[in-house]
Design a protein around this ligand. Structure first.
Ligand code: 5GP
Length: 215
């Protein structure tokens, strides 16, 4: 689905999608970005090692600790956080560039990151939380992707319980018990948020023109 922007420029926004790992967030966010040419994924920097199949510049910018800390010192991140002992940050410059063009940015980040961005730009933020149908299903998905040790999976499940408690801080909550339905929900949220009056400054001159039409 590609949006035909026939009226005029929009004001872009930042959409944060947060979920515990193993909830299918990556598949949801990647598809949303692939389906919308005016939505771009913010590629985070991380100090963790790439997992099999992960590509530099596509999944993350894999960055060593001194380089990461240098970017922190230069205020190069919109936000950054430590997750499971590794640092993750959203680089500022590409996000600002996209927003200035009136395009929107999707962040696949954790709870702390979403809260931090919302704190800086509440009007331009939309926060979505994705829930698993059950913790047992989450555990099954984490085991199925066989990327993490038993201990890491246990830590992820434990962290999920602490995170889910925060659900009321989000604008929207989606239940991913069926991928297609969860994706449709996410896409509807994106479409509705894009239609908000404050994000469509073209309406003012359009209405001006309408009112000048003779009747
Ligand atoms: P993973 O190592 O499984 O790719 O990611 C671990 C966690 O870090 C996930 O919850 C992911 O959303 C989060 N994360 C990824 N990039 C960023 C970022 O730039 N900032 C923050 N705050 N969290 C991030």
């Amino acid at each position: 689905m590609v949006w035909d922007d026939k009226y005029g420029p929009r004001r872009g926004f930042m959409m944060m999608v947060v979920a515990p790992s193993g909830v299918g967030k990556t598949s949801l966010t990647r598809r949303l970005v692939a389906d919308h040419r005016d939505l771009h994924l913010s590629i985070s920097h991380t100090t963790r090692e790439p997992r099999p199949g992960e590509q530099h510049g596509l999944h993350y910018h894999f960055t060593d600790r001194p380089t990461f800390d240098g970017m922190v010192a230069e205020d190069g991140f919109l936000e950054w956080a430590e997750v499971y002992g590794q640092r993750y940050g959203s680089p500022r410059a590409p996000v600002m560039g996209m927003l200035e063009k009136g395009e929107s940015v999707l962040f696949d980040i954790d709870l702390q990151g979403a809260a931090s961005i919302r704190g800086k730009a509440a009007e331009d933020s939309v926060c979505v939380y994705v829930l698993p149908p059950t913790l047992a299903e989450m555990s099954r998905r984490l085991h199925a992707r066989s990327q993490d040790s038993e201990e890491v999976i246990h830590r992820r499940l434990d962290r999920a319980k602490h995170e889910i408690i925060e659900w009321e801080a989000f604008d929207y909550v989606i239940l991913n018990d069926d991928f297609d339905r969860a994706y449709a929900d996410l896409a509807h949220i994106y479409h509705a948020e894009r239609l908000k009056r404050a994000r469509n400054p073209w309406i003012s001159s359009f209405v001006g023109g309408l009112l000048e039409e003779p009747i």
